[in-house]
Design a binder for this molecule. Structure first.
Ligand code: WQD
Length: 335
C-alpha cells in the first residue's frame, strides 16, 4: 500500500508533497504536463531525497493517455494537484479552467472506478468560502457562489467527488488550502511563478531582490486591524505534511465518511502590512511598497479554524509565518 500517484507533482505544493511522501517511505509516481512547472524540479526532488520519482509527461486532458496510464500502472492512492490556479487568468479564460480543472478530474475518477482504486486526496481551496460570515472559518461554513471560474472549479470538483463516493468504492478527502507560502529549507525547491507573480509572497521576495520595482498593496481601508486584508499563510511543508496525514487516514480506513473535507491553515490571520513587517525583519531588507486600490474579488479576511484537522488528522502546523518568509527569501536568493 505504498505506491502513490501525484498529479501535478512538479508544481509548488506537489513537489513539496512528493519530498514528504518519499521521506515517509512511499514510492511516488508523478504525472505533470509542465504547463506550470519545470522538468528541473524532478532532479531537485531527487537531490533532496536521493530517490528519483517515476515521471510521466502526460496531459490529463488527453483521455486516451489517462486510460493508457491506468491500464499500465497500479497505484494505492492518488493525490490530485494538477490544475490551473490563477484567479485572474480564470476570469479571462474560463473554458481553459473548466477543461483543465474539471474534465481532467472526471477522467482520473473514471479510471479509479474502472480499476477499483479507492484512496483520493483532492487539492481544494478556502476560496470556496468566499467572504465567510464568521471567522475563524470552520468546515461547516457555507460554500458561497464562487467569485471566479477558478474558485468554481474547486467547488464543482468537490461536488463531483462527493457524488462519486456515494455510488463507487471511492474514499476521498478534500483539503481546503488557505494561503500556501515559503519553500523547502534546503532552498532546492520552492515557488516558481511564471511571469509577473499574482500572489503576495513571490511579489514580496522579487521586490526585495530588485526584480520588481515596488510592491503594490491592494487596499488599506478594509475593516481589519490595520486596514489591509487578512489571510492565513501556511508554510508549504506543513501543508505537504497534511497530505500525508490525509492519505494515511484513508489507507488505514480511519475516515468516518467516504468524503471528508478539512481546512488546512495555521489558524492565524496576518494582514498584508504584518507580512511586510515580518519579511523586513527576517530578511533585514526594507521593502519598497505603495498602497493602491483594492483588487477585484479579494475578500477582507480569511483564516482557518484548524480544530477538525488537528483532531481528526492528528496534524498541526509546526512552522511560523517568519519561518515561511525566511524560507521564501532563501529560495529567492538562490534563483
Ligand atoms: C494575498 C493577499 C491580496 C498581491 C489566492 C487564491 C487562492 C490561492 C492563493 C490557489 C490579498 C494581497 C497580493 C500583491 C497585495 N490560489 N496582495 N499585493 O488572493 O488570498 O488567494 O491565491 O490555490 O485560492 O484565491 O492570495 O497571494 O494573491 O493575496 O496586496 O501584489 O495579498 O490583496 O489580500 P489570495 P494572494
Amino acid at each position: 500500500m505504498n505506491r502513490i500517484l501525484v498529479t501535478g507533482g512538479l508544481g509548488f505544493i506537489g513537489s513539496h508533497t512528493v519530498v514528504e511522501l518519499q521521506q515517509a517511505g512511499y514510492e511516488v509516481v508523478i504525472i505533470d504536463n509542465l504547463y506550470n512547472s519545470k522538468i528541473e524540479v524532478l532532479e531537485s526532488i531527487t537531490s533532496i531525497t536521493g530517490i528519483k520519482p517515476t515521471y510521466f509527461n502526460i496531459d490529463l486532458r488527453n483521455k486516451r493517455a489517462v486510460e493508457e496510464f491506468f491500464s499500465n500502472n497500479s497505484v494505492d492512492g492518488i493525490i490530485h494537484f494538477a490544475a490551473s490556479k490563477a484567479v485572474g487568468e480564470s476570469v479571462k479564460n474560463p473554458l481553459l479552467y473548466y477543461e483543465n480543472n474539471v474534465s481532467t478530474l472526471v477522467y482520473v475518477l473514471q479510471e479509479m472506478k474502472k480499476h477499483q482504486l479507492t484512496n483520493f486526496i483532492f487539492s481544494s481551496s478556502c476560496t470556496v468560502y468566499g467572504q465567510a460570515d464568521e471567522l475563524p472559518i470552520t468546515e461547516n461554513a457555507p460554500v458561497k457562489p464562487a467569485e471566479s471560474p477558478y474558485g468554481n472549479t474547486k467547488q464543482i470538483g468537490e461536488e463531483i467527488i462527493k457524488e462519486s463516493c456515494k455510488v463507487d468504492s471511492l474514499k476521498a478527502i478534500a483539503l481546503r488550502y488557505f494561503n500556501p507560502i515559503g519553500a523547502h529549507e534546503t532552498a532546492i525547491i520552492g515557488e516558481l511563478p511564471l511571469g509577473v507573480p499574482q500572489n503576495l509572497i513571490p511579489f514580496v521576495t522579487q521586490t526585495a531582490a530588485g526584480i520588481r520595482e515596488e510592491l503594490s498593496v491592494f487596499g488599506d481601508d478594509y475593516p481589519t486591524k490595520d486596514g489591509t486584508a487578512v489571510r492565513d499563510y501556511i508554510h508549504v511543508v506543513d501543508l505537504a505534511k497534511a497530505h500525508i496525514a490525509a492519505l494515511e487516514r484513508l489507507i488505514n480506513n480511519k475516515n468516518k465518511k467516504d468524503f471528508e473535507v478539512f481546512n488546512v491553515g495555521t489558524g492565524i490571520g496576518s494582514s498584508v502590512l504584518e507580512v511586510i513587517k515580518a519579511f523586513e525583519k527576517v530578511s533585514e531588507k526594507s521593502l519598497n511598497y505603495k498602497i493602491v486600490d483594492k483588487r477585484e474579488g479579494d475578500v477582507t479576511a480569511a483564516y482557518a479554524d484548524t480544530t477538525f484537522a488537528n483532531n481528526e488528522l492528528g496534524w498541526k502546523t509546526e512552522k511560523t509565518l517568519e519561518d515561511a518568509l525566511l524560507d521564501a527569501w532563501k529560495w529567492q536568493l538562490k534563483q
